[in-house]
Design a protein around this ligand. Structure first.
Ligand SMILES: Nc1ncnc2c1ncn2[C@@H]1O[C@H](COP(=O)(O)OP(=O)(O)O)[C@@H](O)[C@H]1O
Ligand SMILES: [Mg+2]
Length: 314
């Protein structure tokens, strides 16, 4: 995959995030990136590094979910030759490799208990030991961690150390899912298609307005990763041709499906309060015109007024 470091997107949700990240980049604080898979957390970690005073130092990423427990420990902290079967040579580890730069701990929630406590010690003292080595190593790194998991819930369940959580959760950022990045889908399709076309030396496909509309309505559970893969697939299969609704995968083509910007907060909400809020917003938007406000909510005027009365809003 080509490493285009340009971050695409100009929705208010995304540009606001970039602005805050830029401010945080100037400092050396630990940053925690929270967000669904494929939302760009690794890209953003690179962005932070590239905007920091460490930009000329190394950026080293380690995916804590991709490695079995023992390998994760020796990948991160290194090992001595002969420390375990297969340790045929000394390995300085990723922390050492990141010295003077940034260490990106991806999927940090998946770290085993042993690695968590070793990492905590390193974060508190700057010291660690390689596997099979009693000597203390020191390294100076900036930490960026990322996860799609609900870390406080993991702490509650006893699967993630609370003290480590506090160490990592110094400055948390929520990376918005694609479905909440208003207007970014068409822009990403256009620009990713252009980049990929150049990369593969192929003529870009065109998308009909109807196809684009369906793509914009889709909820993109795999976020930018899913969108990018789809753009690549269409580039290969429809190079120089036109992609219409009928060519879209079935899950995207569900007719009449609405893309809601509303998300139920994890802490829940009171449905009746939400209803009151929407009733009032409808009145606000229509300057108090009850008939039009009712229509905005798909209600008869009578049903609308009934609800206003029920909540004593009238
Ligand atoms: N803002 C962006 N602009 C362009 N491509 C992006 C952007 N964010 C993510 N991507 C691409 O989407 C894919 C997933 O990004 P990644 O950073 O690995 O997400 P995560 O770490 O959150 O799972 C990668 O191919 C990445 O290059
Ligand atoms: Mg990732």
């Amino acid at each position: 995959m080509s490493q285009d470091s340009k971050l695409l997107g100009d929705s208010p949700q995304f540009t606001a995030l970039l602005r805050s990240l830029q401010v945080a980049s100037a400092t050396d604080v630990t940053i925690l990136l929270l967000g669904e898979s494929g939302t760009g957390k690794e890209q953003l970690a690179r962005f932070i590094h590239d905007n920091s005073a460490r930009r000329n130092g190394p950026f080293v990423a380690i995916n804590c979910a991709a490695l079995p427990e023992q390998l994760a420990e020796s990948e991160l902290f290194g090992h001595r030759k002969g420390a375990f079967t297969g340790a045929v040579a000394d390995n300085p580890g990723r922390i050492a490799a990141a010295a003077g730069g940034t260490l990106f701990l991806d999927e940090v929630a998946e770290m085993s208990a042993a690695v968590q406590s070793k990492l905590l010690r390193f974060l508190e003292s700057g010291e660690y030991q390689r596997v099979g080595d009693s000597a203390c190593q020191r390294a100076e790194v900036r930490i960026i961690a990322a996860t799609h998991a609900d870390l406080p819930a993991r702490v509650e369940e006893g699967r993630f150390r609370q003290d480590l959580y506090y160490r990592l959760n110094v400055v948390p950022f929520q990376v918005p899912p694609l479905r909440e990045r208003a207007g970014d889908v068409p822009l990403l399709i256009r620009q990713l298609t252009r980049q990929l076309a150049e990369h593969h030396q192929l003529e870009a496909p065109r998308y009909t307005p109807e196809a684009l509309e369906q793509l914009e309505r889709y909820s993109w559970p795999g976020n930018i990763r899913e969108l990018r893969n789809l753009c690549e697939r269409f580039l290969i299969l429809f190079s120089g041709k036109t992609v219409d609704v009928g060519n879209l995968p079935a899950e995207i083509r569900i007719p009449g499906r609405k893309r809601w910007h509303v998300r139920l907060p994890e802490s829940g909400l009171r449905l009746e309060e939400l209803e009151q809020e929407l009733l009032l917003q409808a009145l606000e938007q229509t300057g108090g015109n009850q008939s039009r406000a009712a229509r905005l909510l798909g209600l008869s005027r009578y049903a609308f007024i009934y609800r206003l009365k029920k909540y004593a809003l009238l």
